[in-house]
Ligand binder design. Structure first.
Ligand SMILES: C[S@@+](CC[C@H](N)C(=O)[O-])C[C@H]1O[C@@H](n2cnc3c(N)ncnc32)[C@H](O)[C@@H]1O
Length: 221
């Protein structure tokens, strides 16, 4: 399927798949959306309850790597160690990754390129605060071995991929989340919240980024 690089309203870039009417982020601003949903409502929110020296994060859909890059930036700022495991079935090419101009826009040197160039299926130490492990397969075929503190659930929308937003998938993620762990996602769809609740999560709707009234934060009690 043809992918295109698309400029969003806050000046940051995302990826679009026109035939499927999909954009990887909100066209109202990829950067503001990622920051609000994943860094502020997920990472920053969960931090006070995390006692482990290294914070473990699992991301569904590495895509443009923007969530990983913003989390890396935050980890450096807070001087907290992060282990970041991302699953991605359709990785971007290096040409696509470079066309996003993330490092220029965020002033991150060549960190975005390092995240994209990093080998798959291995732990890649990016710096003293961030280790990345990328797995190239479907979430549905992945067996997780680790426990995580935070999950960024950033798959394509439930209308595009209903098979990823099920009670069975959320139950598996719940089992790999530490107590007080947090899952954040952009979809506040009723059926998604019901599937999360059935899997055991405590689910709350919270204010979304510009262009989206509500998002969801699900917590393992
Ligand atoms: C909404 S995009 C978000 C990507 C990313 N978090 C970002 O900030 O760019 C969804 C991502 O999920 C990936 N994806 C789609 N189906 C998948 C699957 N079954 N397993 C893992 N990743 C999948 C897509 O290729 C895409 O990169």
């Amino acid at each position: 399927m043809q992918r295109e690089i698309k400029l969003t309203d806050d000046g940051s870039y995302t990826v679009a798949i026109p035939q499927m009417n999909i954009t990887y982020h909100s066209i109202r601003g990829a950067l503001q959306e990622s920051l609000h949903i994943y860094v502020v409502s997920g990472f920053q929110y969960a931090l006070p309850n995390i006692t482990n020296e290294t914070i473990s994060i699992f991301e569904v859909g590495f895509g443009t790597g923007l969530n990983a890059l913003l989390t890396l930036q935050e980890a450096i700022k807070l001087k907290r160690k992060v282990y970041y495991h991302a699953v991605e079935l359709f990785p971007l090419t290096m040409d696509e990754a470079m066309a996003l101009h993330q490092d220029e826009q965020l002033g991150t040197g060549n960190l975005s390129i390092q995240l994209h160039e990093g080998v798959w299926e291995e732990d890649v130490v990016i710096n003293e605060y961030f280790t990345l492990h990328k797995t190239k397969k479907s979430l549905l075929d992945l067996s997780l071995n680790n426990q995580f503190d935070i999950i960024y659930f950033d798959a394509f929308a439930p209308t595009n991929q209903p098979e990823l937003w099920t009670e069975a998938v959320f139950a598996n993620l719940y089992a790999h989340l530490n107590p007080h762990g947090v899952l954040v996602t952009y979809s506040s769809n009723g059926s998604v919240r019901r599937a999360m609740k059935a899997a055991g999560f405590t689910v709350e709707k919270i204010p979304g980024p510009i262009g989206k009234a509500e998002i969801v934060r699900a917590t393992r009690p």
